[in-house]
Design a protein around this ligand. Structure first.
Ligand code: IPD
Length: 288
């Protein structure tokens, strides 16, 4: 029921705040971070400690739910149909080791493949976003009152005036990376016909926080080829409950599965969402 989901959400908020205390107490350094695959894909002891803490709390309280976490993920695992917590203990690990305060714990509950509860918490700023499917999305700072999302709502006017959050991803080769490069360039450049270049492209190093900014109406869209399920699962419910949409980075996919690694999130708007997506897809199509 909605009440059960609200209880789960409250428990996830407490868990995220406890995990946040572990993050704030840590003294990470870029030097001590270990590369998983390359220098852009790093992990610290704190990522592992926070995941172990969150996993322990969630599996004790909800033993029948499955758990997928970034640090314990086994390559090739798929998202089960039964209720599944999908957790990124530190989204923005590179920011974390550099002391750049765009860092969060992201916890999503996915049921039957649908993002159903989302909690994203940045302990450095005390900034929290939450949502329960069917009950709206909220944000708060510190002990402040939660505000319902979106914070503002206006029509989308296509790509040109847009502020778009992009992420490079942690793979620096392969088809996802190559497509990212082409799409970024196509968005940034004026075309020969005097056409499009977007107002601004922003990269802050946390996909989850950026999607929450899109949900809040502070950015128009988010695009990444290469996000993992744990980067998006928590923020996805927050986005859609705020009135935003998540679509596939493969043109034509209006209902992306949770483990597709190409995502386009579009902010809540009083019109123009569909046209915005179609225009973005035309950029992806021409960039291929
Ligand atoms: C990364 C961040 C980054 C995105 C990468 C993610 P991590 O997560 O969200 O913004 O570009 O694809 O892997 O490694 O900091 O948890």
């Amino acid at each position: 029921t909605a009440e059960d989901l609200q209880d789960i959400c409250s428990f996830l908020v407490d868990t995220a705040k406890e995990g946040g205390r572990i993050i704030l107490a840590a003294k990470p350094s870029a030097f001590e971070a270990t590369a998983k695959k390359n220098s852009a894909d790093i992990v610290t002891e704190t990522d592992q400690a926070v995941e172990a803490f969150v996993r322990g709390r969630l599996t004790e309280r909800y033993p029948d739910f499955a758990f997928i976490g970034e640090e314990s993920y086994q390559c090739g695992a798929t998202i089960p149909q039964r209720p599944t917590f999908i957790v990124d203990p530190i989204d923005g690990t590179s920011n974390f080791v550099h002391g750049f305060p765009a860092v969060c714990i992201s916890i999503g509950l996915v049921m039957g493949g649908q993002p159903t509860v989302g909690v994203v918490y940045n302990p450095f700023r005390g900034e929290l976003w939450t949502a329960v499917k069917g009950c709206g999305a909220y944000t708060s700072f510190g002990d402040g009152e939660p505000q319902r999302l979106p914070l503002s709502k206006s029509p989308l006017q296509g790509l040109k005036p847009a502020c778009i959050g992009i992420e490079w991803g942690s793979d620096r080769e392969g088809p996802n990376f190559e497509l990212n490069l082409k799409v970024f360039t196509a968005l940034a450049r004026t075309t020969a016909t005097g056409g499009r270049f977007v107002n601004s492209l922003r990269c802050t190093g946390s996909a989850a926080i950026t999607i929450c900014r899109v949900a809040s109406g502070q950015q128009d869209a988010f695009w990444e080829c290469g996000s993992w399920a744990w980067d998006v699962a928590g923020a996805w419910c927050i986005l859609t409950e705020a009135g935003g949409i998540m679509v596939d980075g493969h043109p034509g996919g209006w209902n992306p599965p949770v483990d597709n690694r190409r995502y386009l999130a579009v902010r809540p708007a009083t019109g123009g969402q569909r046209e915005f997506v179609e225009e973005f897809w035309s950029v992806i199509g021409s960039a291929r």
